[in-house]
Write a protein that binds this ligand. Structure first.
Ligand SMILES: *Cc1c(COP(=O)(O)O)cnc(C)c1O
Length: 397
């Protein structure tokens, strides 16, 4: 069902009224429904009972979101000193954190050692030398390169070792007295291929065999980390394939981890932004293909950065006009492109959105599923882009 729930609608209207009653500049804002996170987590435990999720905090650092996941029993995947600090400051034990950035600065390695984050990722021999110097007792996951072509944000161009190099790297680790405990991969963010994880697991198994065959003189590997890339859409089919693959080919004594980001964050957050400028259809220029333009107080340098990387089609689900809210079913005759507030022409949220009724300066547009890689990607460009405030729906526990 499209449209706002009455609960979200009420908070949206209340927040807008409060903003409009003040003389300060209006700001975009989020409404978070953390029961969606609880539901998703419940679904996770049903579909992947064998897999422990470590939420990738880079996706959304919202404290209430992290605390909700903490109370549900999730672990956390961090990539920097600041992310680790952020999680620890929420009273979460460092033993529940994975330091999953394959490339880590010397200072961040020392920091992880000091606070007791034990499990780190690596994918090359220079990183092993660095780890040897700054954190020789760390437990290491070997990140391999897997097929990520079906994802909206592939990561293989930056990270992951080939299987051919596995023997050499594992032997080097043993020579350096380092402990490799498992294998990790990432099929790319937002994978469109429900088979991607099951296929990648197949690609990871030879590394386990290499060690088990005693070719490498270390203890057997005990962890397989299947990374992130899940979306609420690919989840049902992907997990079915993962379960089958794990059952068929991964021994029961191997612990399975995952690092979902977007899956837990995206659906829990609704974003509302105001139309602060407009060029109507009859003033359209040769650039406009006959459509008008709406300029919002949020854009590509703010919460819509994914417009650049993942190119989703943003479609508002409601238009709020002062005291009235209209569901936006997108079948009208008013066509606008949507733009952010900066002076950059690449600050375009959407080339074409169809509205049921005309939109005016001062109206607010509501976008759903805005929890993933939104606030986390904010910039300060052009003096905009402070974090949007978040209102939380009451959680019934
Ligand atoms: C970004 C990232 C994730 C989370 O990816 P999603 O697509 O949001 O699930 C998990 N693990 C690593 C190492 C990452 O870099």
């Amino acid at each position: 069902m499209r449209g706002l729930t009455p609960q979200v609608q009420q908070i949206v209207q209340k927040t807008i009224r409060a903003q409009e009653a003040s003389s300060a500049e209006t700001k975009p804002f989020f409404v978070a429904d953390l029961t969606k996170v609880e539901e998703m987590y419940e679904q996770w435990t049903v579909e992947l009972p064998r897999v422990k999720p470590y939420y990738a905090v880079k996706c959304n650092l919202d404290r209430e979101l992290i605390q909700t996941l903490d109370s549900l029993g999730a672990g956390f995947d961090c990539a920097s000193i600041n992310e680790i600090q952020h999680v620890i400051n929420l009273d979460i034990s460092p033993s529940r954190i994975l330091f999953s950035n394959p490339i880590k600065s010397p200072a961040s390695l020392r920091y992880a050692r000091e606070v007791g984050v034990q499990i780190l990722t690596f994918d090359n021999s220079d990183e092993l030398s660095k780890i040897r110097t700054h954190y020789p007792k760390a437990l290491l996951l070997f990140r391999i390169l897997v097929n990520d072509h079906a994802s909206v944000t592939p990561l293989g161009s930056k990270f992951g070792a080939t299987i051919c190099s596995a023997g050499k790297l594992l032997r080097q680790a043993v020579d350096l007295n380092l402990q490799i405990v498992g294998v990790t991969f990432h099929v790319g963010s937002g994978s469109m291929d429900p088979d991607a994880w099951a296929e990648a697991i197949k690609e990871a198994l030879p590394v386990f065999e290499l060690v088990a065959m005693n070719d490498i003189h270390g203890p057997p590997l005990k962890i397989l980390n299947i990374g992130g890339g899940f979306t609420p859409e690919n989840f049902p089919l992907a997990t079915e394939r993962i379960r089958a693959r794990l059952k068929a080919s991964v021994p029961d004594d191997v612990e399975i981890f995952a690092e979902p980001g977007r899956l837990f964050a995206s659906h829990a957050f609704t974003l509302t932004a105001q139309v602060i400028g407009k060029r109507s259809q009859d003033e359209a220029t040769s650039h406009d293909c006959g459509t008008g333009r709406l300029y919002l107080n949020d854009g590509v340098y703010g919460n819509f950065m994914n417009a650049v990387f993942e190119k989703p089609s943003y479609q508002p689900i409601a238009v709020v006009k002062a005291y009235d809210t209209y569901p936006q079913i997108g079948q009208g005759e008013f066509v606008y492109s949507l733009w952010g507030p900066t002076c950059d022409s690449s600050d375009c949220i959407s080339k074409s959105v169809v509205f049921d009724r005309d939109v005016q300066v001062g109206d607010w547009l509501v976008f759903e599923n805005m929890g993933a890689y939104t606030d986390a990607c904010q910039t300060k460009f052009n003096g905009f882009g402070e974090s949007a405030a978040t209102q939380y729906l009451p959680v019934s526990r």
